[in-house]
Structures are given as structure tokens and as C-alpha cells.
Design a protein around this ligand. Structure first.
Ligand code: NDP
Length: 392
């Protein structure tokens, strides 16, 4: 049976003529897409069983994260399975397809043909940031639900266009903030909501790594066109989004930020190498953080201080080994693990599948991605004025 969202073999996008995306300039997005020739296969994932009768997914961009984490995550998913790969490297797509039981392949040159594929319900965009908006909007206009990797897009204008396209096509749009599905972070969120730390006083997050300009997945992160921004866009956004997840009833009212890019470092001619920020929240607390492309080893640390206790997570947002250190007034500190972090990938896929199936909002919707990009844009405005306070 054909998908009723399509019009007799013509994709919804073509049937609608000029779609929402057509009104937005992607800068050089189209040109970047034409250069999207694909990259070699990195990693060697094991073959999981392919479950049936679930929401059917196409994975767009078979890079480090898709191959190493996203695709293996389907093995333990209960509501999601893969039916298509989109890649600029057909041999890699076929090799992965043979391992995972996927036999439908698209390139970037015939990407819009996904609209004619009845066995694709959801599309997962795992491309460089500069391509997120274009490929998300084209999938939405092809009648598919879209989960897009973080950060949502290069600019808030692109995020707004993505949200508009989702509304115009009555499709769900989510941003892949996996931490919202990671059991240790969910546990900490619930403890804070439960008042276990008393009244929250201060929240902070520090995230960084050492960017290697010679490694392809890092190389594009150092280019503004494909990376969108620098360390704050790519890695600092985990801290920002996770910190805000822990104080869901609070709202940022102002922000100040400074760059901490090493002087003369040749990696940072287009994007920042580091940034530190402080958000003033409506409740009066401050939420601060830092990001860097110049820290070795990798840093992923979140801290939550309340009137009656504190929690530190280090690492906080990794794939495999997040830990919780709790200190409560009058008690010895305890360090523990509340769940297996690897569960976050299947939980996120299934969460989105269920949202798409039931036409309900995903836990981390496009609006959340837009909020974060607007906040980072405000950080850049502040940092450009050497830390001046920017009202939100
Ligand atoms: P990679 O460079 O490893 O993968 C990107 C893939 O995109 C490439 O392998 C290629 O796939 C495809 N691609 C298409 N056009 C281009 C182009 N012009 N330049 C480079 N690649 C292109 O990056 P990552 O896997 O590290 O990141 C991909 C996305 O996932 C980003 O949005 C990133 O922010 C996000 N991410 C999220 C993480 C998380 O924890 N949520 C962790 C890491 C990344 P192909 O060869 O198949 O065409």
C-alpha cells in the first residue's frame, strides 16, 4: 500500500512545488551538499538481529557517530528498525547494509526519492551541522518524520525554517539530545525534581576535547560552513542542554560569555576554540559552563549544587560510563551508577518512534534545539563584546 502522504509516485515536496525550505537561504548549503561525496567506513560494528513491525528508519550520513553508536543502538530498540541508508559512499553503505540487513540505498543526488519509499517512516540526520537544515527540511517535505543530530543547525533562522517545515507537513521533528534518555542523567534529573538537593543554587557544565585538524570528523568541525560554530556548538551544547534539563522550570534571562581560544592556534581561524558562559536564570541562580577544543584528555563534567546537597557527574554525558557522586549534608559521599548509559541510544530511537506513531511531541523537540542555538548566538554576541551582558 502506498503512503497516502505521497502523491502517486511524486514526492510530497515535488507535489507541493515550492516548499517551506525553498523560502530559506541555506547559505552555501546546496553547494556543500553537492560536495557531499561520502567518507570511508570507520569502525566495525557487530551484526544485530533486525526486528520487524516497528517504525522504519533511514539513516542519513554513515560517519563515526552513526556507525559507532546510532546504528548499533537499533539492536536493543523495541519500536524501531532500519530500512535504508543514505550515503555518498555506496560501497560503505552496502557493506553496512549486509551486516545489518538493510538493502535500500540512496545517495545525496537522489535523496528526495525517499519520498517515494513507503517503508521509511523516520529519517535520522547524522550529517555535519552545516547540512542539517537542508536535509531535514527535504525529508520533512518528503513526508518523513525527522530526528536531527545536535546542534540542530548552523543558525536560529535555519532552526525556525525546520520547525516551520515540520508544521507545514504535519511531521514530528526532534533534536537528538540523547542525554534526556541516558539513565544516569534521567536519575539525577528526577532527584533534583524530587528536592533531594534542596533548593538549587548553582549548575555548571564543562565539556571539551582536543580537536585534531587532520582527522576528517574533526576537520569539518573547524570549518564554519560545515560546523556552524566552534567548541560551544559541537561539545559545549551538551553541557548547556543538560544543565537546562536539570532545571526545567527555570528560564535564562541574560547571558555573558568570553572566548578562550588560544592565541595564534592555526586550528581556529574560522570557529572559536573555547568559550565560557554564565546564564542568569529567572529564579536568581546562575548556570555556567565552558567548552573547549583544546582540552586533553576529554572532559565531560556536570555539577549541581543545592541548599542540602550536591551532585557531580564526571563523566556526565559519555556513551558508556557516566557516574554520579552525591554529597548530602551530614552524610558520607556516595558514588554510584543508576543505569547502563548504552541504553540511551535505543531509548532515544524508540522515544522518537513512539512520538511519531502517536503524533505526540518528542521529549526533545525542534523548539528545544532552537532555544539552544538562540542561546549560543547570544553567547557569541556577548563574547564579541568581551563579555557584555546580553538580555534574552
Ligand atoms: P563524521 O564526519 O564522522 O560523519 C559525517 C558523515 O556525514 C560522513 O561520514 C559522510 O557520510 C556524511 N557527509 C556528507 N557530506 C559530508 C561532507 N561534506 N563532509 C563530511 N561528511 C559528509 O561526523 P560525526 O559522525 O562525528 O558527526 C555527525 C553528526 O553527529 C554531527 O551532527 C555531530 O554533531 C553529531 N554527533 C552527535 C553525537 C552525540 O553524542 N549526539 C556524537 C558525535 C557526533 P557518508 O560517507 O555516508 O556520506
Amino acid at each position: 500500500m502506498r503512503d497516502v502522504r505521497n502523491t502517486g509516485g511524486v514526492s510530497r515536496r515535488r507535489a507541493l512545488g515550492m516548499g517551506v525550505g525553498a523560502s530559506l537561504s541555506f547559505g552555501s548549503g546546496k553547494a556543500l551538499a553537492q560536495q557531499a561525496i561520502g567518507q570511508p567506513l570507520i569502525g566495525n560494528p557487530a551484526l544485530p538481529e533486525v526486528p520487524q513491525s516497528r517504525m522504519r528508519w533511514a539513516i542519513v550520513g554513515l560517519g563515526t557517530f552513526a556507525v559507532g553508536q546510532v546504528i548499533p543502538g537499533f539492536a536493543s530498540a523495541r519500536h524501531s528498525r532500519m530500512t535504508a541508508f543514505v550515503s555518498g559512499n555506496r560501497a560503505k553503505a552496502e557493506e553496512l547494509g549486509s551486516r545489518y540487513g538493510v538493502s535500500q540505498f540512496f545517495g545525496y543526488n537522489n535523496y528526495d526519492d525517499i519520498g517515494d519509499a513507503d517503508d521509511i517512516d523516520c529519517v535520522y540526520i547524522v550529517l555535519p551541522v552545516g547540512l542539517h537544515a537542508e536535509y531535514t527540511i527535504r525529508a520533512l517535505e518528503a513526508g518523513k518524520h525527522v530526528l536531527c543530530e545536535k546542534p540542530m543547525a548552523s543558525t536560529s533562522a535555519e532552526c525556525e525554517a525546520m520547525i516551520a517545515a515540520a508544521r507545514a507537513n504535519d511531521r514530528r521533528l526532534g533534536v537528538a539530545y540523547r542525554v534526556h534518555f541516558e539513565p544516569n542523567n534521567v536519575h539525577v534529573r528526577d532527584r533534583i525534581a524530587n528536592g533531594d538537593l534542596g533548593t538549587m543554587r548553582f549548575v555548571s557544565g564543562d565539556h571539551g576535547f582536543d580537536a585534531n585538524p587532520d582527522w576528517p570528523p574533526h576537520k569539518w568541525r573547524l570549518e564554519k560552513e560545515l560546523g556552524g560554530g566552534g567548541s560551544m556548538y559541537d561539545i559545549g551544547i551538551y553541557g548547556l542542554n543538560t544543565s537546562l534539563m536539570m532545571v526545567p522550570d527555570d528560564t535564562p534571562v541574560s547571558v555573558s560569555a568570553v572566548y578562550s581560544t588560544p592565541e595564534g592556534d592555526p586550528r581556529f581561524t574560522e570557529v572559536e576554540g573555547g568559550l565560557e558562559y554564565r546564564l542568569r536564570m529567572a529564579s536568581g541562580i546562575s548556570l555556567s559552563g565552558s567548552s573547549s577544543y583544546c582540552w586533553n584528555p576529554y572532559v565531560s563534567r556536570q555539577r549541581y549544587f543545592g541548599s542540602e546537597g550536591s551532585i557531580e557527574m564526571q563523566p556526565a554525558t559519555t556513551y558508556y560510563d557516566n557516574t554520579i557522586r552525591l554529597e548530602e549534608a551530614g552524610k558520607p559521599p556516595s558514588e554510584y551508577i543508576a543505569g547502563n548509559p548504552i541504553d540511551q541510544f535505543a531509548a532515544q530511537l524508540d522515544g522518537f518512534s513512539q512520538a511519531a506513531r502517536s503524533s505526540t511531541e518528542h521529549r526533545t523537540p525542534g523548539e528545544m534545539g532552537l532555544r539552544d542555538i538562540r542561546l549560543i548566538e547570544a553567547m557569541y554576541r556577548s563574547a564579541d563584546q568581551d563579555g557584555a551582558v546580553v538580555r534574552l
